[in-house]
Write a protein that binds this ligand. Structure first.
Ligand code: 5GP
Length: 119
């Protein structure tokens, strides 16, 4: 069985977080160390450690991440100006929390997706 992370505690309200959305499949809350005016993490309520662990049974919840991202972007007023959705997988991508999460980032010009020097 996969090990729980701090995100499971946030879902269960055992530790505080600024939750902006929740339903039976996903929970969304503001990143504690935000990198832009809007920086929300959208996560499955079910623990899936990394993208490598997703299965066809997860397709409904994975699709929900996108429909919820769209709703939150609109609520934040950044749907027209634009935003970025990011999902890191494992060490080289810098994944810190092993409970998959979609970063929804926007509210400013975000620049290039990867810094030129690291391409
Ligand atoms: P990763 O690097 O795994 O893609 O992103 C993990 C994100 O979770 C980071 O942006 C980090 O700031 C955020 N984070 C880590 N711990 C907490 C926490 O306890 N509460 C909240 N709201 N965000 C967290």
């Amino acid at each position: 069985m996969s090990e729980e992370t701090i995100f499971s505690k946030i879902i269960r309200r055992e530790i505080p977080a600024d939750i902006v959305y929740e339903d039976e499949l996903v929970t969304a809350f503001r990143d504690i160390s935000h990198q832009a005016p809007t920086h929300v993490l959208i996560i499955p309520n079910k623990l899936i450690p990394t993208v490598n662990d997703v299965t066809t049974e997860d397709e409904l919840v994975l699709g929900r991440l996108f429909t919820v991202a769209k709703k939150i972007a609109k609520a934040e007023g950044i749907n027209e100006s634009g935003y970025r959705l990011i999902m890191n997988c494992k060490d080289d991508a810098g994944q810190e929390v092993y409970h998959i999460h979609m970063h929804l980032v926007g509210g400013r010009k975000l620049g290039r997706m990867l810094a030129p020097e690291v391409v």
